[in-house]
Design a protein around this ligand. Structure first.
Ligand code: DQA
Length: 147
């Protein structure tokens, strides 16, 4: 059982990036906690971050071959712009949850549109790093139900 957590552009700066919006937790902290949750549940969790759209598309495309059963993805700014990431997620047919640390619906209008939400199993926004935990928990439960 394998779950991928995929982080989009600028999330490598978490901890120092606009902490009033995104919090003080670093990406390494988030990934470490998610991997510990996975380990306790007997599910392998692999985390990946890129600032590059094509690298994110390549990663998503390789999910079926890698045996990934569920994806937790924060596409960051690409949420609002990327047909390519949408198409990759549609192509691989791996269920996914879209996570945002901030409540994008309380922010600028351009953040209200997502190219992914209608393909997602669920969307979590505004719960900070906890959103990743809840999404992962759902992914773990889904995989265990199928096993
Ligand atoms: C974000 C929200 C996006 O609008 C923004 O571009 C990000 C982070 C979030 O986690 O709140 O980079 O996805």
């Amino acid at each position: 059982m394998l779950i991928w957590v995929i982080h989009g552009p600028n999330l490598n700066l978490l901890g120092s990036r606009e902490p009033a919006i995104y919090g003080a937790t670093t990406l390494a902290d988030i990934d470490r906690e998610l991997q510990a949750i996975g380990q306790a549940a007997g599910v392998q969790v692999e985390c990946f971050q890129s600032n590059h759209e094509g690298a994110l598309v390549d990663r998503i495309q390789s999910a079926p071959t890698a045996g990934v059963g569920f994806i937790v993805i924060n596409p960051a700014a690409y949420t609002h712009t990327s047909v390519a990431i949408r198409d990759a997620l549609a192509a691989v047919e791996v269920p996914f949850i879209e996570v945002h640390l901030s409540n994008v619906h309380r922010r600028e209008p351009f953040r209200h549109r997502s190219f992914l939400s209608d393909l997602a199993t669920g969307v979590i926004a505004g719960l900070g790093a906890s959103g990743y935990r809840f999404a992962l928990q759902h992914g773990i439960e889904t995989l265990k139900r199928q096993a």
